[in-house]
Design a binder for this molecule. Structure first.
Ligand code: B12
Length: 489
């Protein structure tokens, strides 16, 4: 049984093609399916930036978003809900395009890949498909928690949700759905009437096909940047707040064979006529042999190529991030490096389970800068237990590295179901003194919580100073060669 499959790429946020879609298209096409991909970019959705260029307005918006003034603490949840409603509204051109497509074609199956913020869009598309009697299979990174699956499984027109990585089973799943046969033999299938269990992570990544990006509107992207992943999951896997390691693809660390990765770099660069790569690995230095192999071979595979990546700065050793290795990486084309700083307070870093030291982070930033890399970090404000003293430590970290840090992406602490934080909190809430979770929201995998300690005027003053430093850093022009990669991660 083969047939016609429509894949709707709900990712209208990206400035480069969606890797998950390319991993699903490849095996389906090889098996003989006719596959069409509807990409929002093709139908007029803007190629939005992940990180918006810094302006005074952005700075002001950040002050509002991060405000912990007692009045704002009360207003935050209603305002966030309002913003969420606006932000998650279905992208009308995408709905129209699917509707038009269905008036001209009759696919045997629709595949939807969604983040949880796509709920309203998935609902609308499910209803559209139901009207035409076309089965819909839904999947995505956040469909890995049973409670979330339960919150989604009753949507009209969604035949089933697949919980897990579908690369190896997508062909079989599609054939079975099209033939209207029983899906019960598949691990990871959730329907309104029955479910199996979340599929185990793929154990052998050496069988992954070459991602097929041929359906993407390459000319519509501001720059041609090819996404690639050398492994899935994170070798550290301990940070309390991290939900990446709870996703379908992020659970447990697995690495791909070096020669497959190098071959992919070569072939994809030729195929899509670009020498710029973004490594989407959660931590590219999870497997040191692979990290060093990339440094050694990237230029051989992609002459004059450039790449950007995220790494984990480890407290137990240099973990591939010593000055010499970073210099070699720069020579190998590494242009921008990102890491999770989260906080400048040693005490808080420890509570978060980051597995690193403040001083190690400091040394890394200095070395990466000296090696000529554009250094970017993510950061968190409002982690449970954070005090004014912790914020002072963060402030002094930023001041120490004002010149070396190129971009900072701050986030409010998010309590996410399924994370280590959620487990620890449920087990013993007193461990997170001062924090109370009001409600877990499984549909969007988040929580509404109170953390009144963050409303003291001293705490807020230092937080404002930190936001000002972030504004100063983010307003800097980027190092020349890194500009192509601004706003991508
Ligand atoms: C790369 C990335 C991005 C890139 C996307 C680039 C691109 N074009 O692909 C950028 C930077 C643009 C981005 C943006 C955002 N992202 Co993002 N991103 C990621 C990241 C790091 C990797 C995703 C990836 O490529 N994985 C590799 C592929 C192979 O795995 P996969 O997507 O899970 O797909 C597999 C399975 O899920 C399954 N599957 C997927 N789809 C389907 C469909 C069907 C039918 C089936 C059967 C199976 C199936 O099979 C696939 C192959 O194995 C993840 C973290 C993570 N661990 O997943 C976060 C993550 C997906 N992002 C997330 C978020 C929240 C966002 C943003 C909203 C952040 C923000 N506030 O700006 C935006 C919004 C994007 C949007 N669509 O509107 C969340 C999603 C959580 C959620 N609640 O759904 C994640 C999980 C991070 C996190 N822990 O919070 N992101």
């Amino acid at each position: 049984m083969m047939g016609n499959v429509l894949i709707v790429d709900l990712n209208n946020f990206a400035r480069y093609p969606t890797l998950a879609i390319a991993y699903l298209v490849a095996p389906l096409r090889t098996a003989g399916f006719h596959v069409d991909v509807l990409s929002p970019l093709l139908i007029g959705a803007p190629a939005a930036t992940h990180e918006i260029p810094e302006t005074k307005v952005e700075h002001f918006k950040r002050h509002i978003n991060f405000s912990t003034h007692p009045v704002m603490q009360l207003l935050h949840e209603p305002l966030r809900k309002l913003y969420q409603t606006w932000q998650t509204r279905p992208h009308q051109p995408t709905l129209t395009a699917v509707s038009e497509y269905l008036s001209q074609h009759k696919p045997n199956l629709i595949l939807l890949s969604a983040y949880l913020n796509h709920y309203p869009a998935v609902k609308a598309l499910g209803e559209l498909a139901a009207g035409q009697g076309i089965p819909v299979l839904l999947g995505g990174p956040a469909f890995s928690q049973p409670e979330t699956l339960q919150a989604w499984v009753n949507l009209t027109g969604i035949s089933a949700i697949f919980a897990g990585e579908a690369d190896a089973v997508i062909v079989d799943l599609a054939n079975t759905l099209i033939a209207k046969q029983d899906l019960k033999r598949f691990e990871g299938v959730y329907t309104a009437h029955w479910q199996t269990k979340v599929a185990e992570p793929l154990s052998d990544l050496s069988q992954l096909p070459l991602p097929d990006f041929s359906d993407f509107p390459w000319d519509a992207y501001p720059h041609r940047i090819i996404p690639i992943m050398t492994g899935r999951g994170c070798a550290w896997n301990v940070c309390t707040f991290c939900s990446d390691v709870t996703t379908s693809n992020g659970r447990s660390f697995r690495s791909r064979p070096v020669e497959k990765v190098l071959e992919e770099l070569k072939v994809q660069s030729e195929r899509y006529q670009s020498r710029d790569f973004i490594f989407l690995d959660l931590k590219l230095n999870s497997n040191l042999a692979l990290w060093y192999a990339l440094i050694e071979n990237f230029q051989r595979c992609v002459p004059e190529g450039r790449w950007i990546a995220t790494v984990h700065v480890d407290g137990q050793g240099e973990n591939g991030l010593d000055l010499i290795s970073l210099k070699h990486a720069k020579t190998a084309g590494l242009t921008r490096i990102s890491f999770g700083l989260e906080s400048g307070s040693q005490r808080l870093i420890k509570r978060m389970g980051k597995g690193t030291e403040r001083e190690r982070n400091s040394q890394f930033v200095r070395d990466a800068f000296q090696a000529g890399l554009s250094v970017r970090c993510s950061m968190m404000l409002g982690y449970p237990g954070e005090t004014e003293a912790d914020l002072q430590a963060t402030k002094s970290f930023l001041l120490e590295h004002l010149n070396e840090l190129d971009r900072i992406r701050p986030a409010r602490f998010k309590a996410i179901p399924g994370t280590r934080f959620a487990r620890l909190y449920e087990h013993r809430p007193a461990r997170f003194k001062g924090l109370s979770v009001v409600q877990w929201d499984y549909q969007y995998a988040r929580a509404h919580y109170h953390y009144p300690a963050a409303s003291s005027s001293h705490y807020r003053r230092v937080k404002r100073e930190i936001l000002d430093l972030i504004h100063t850093i983010n307003s800097k022009p980027l190092r020349d060669e890194a500009r192509q990669f601004d706003g991508l991660m």
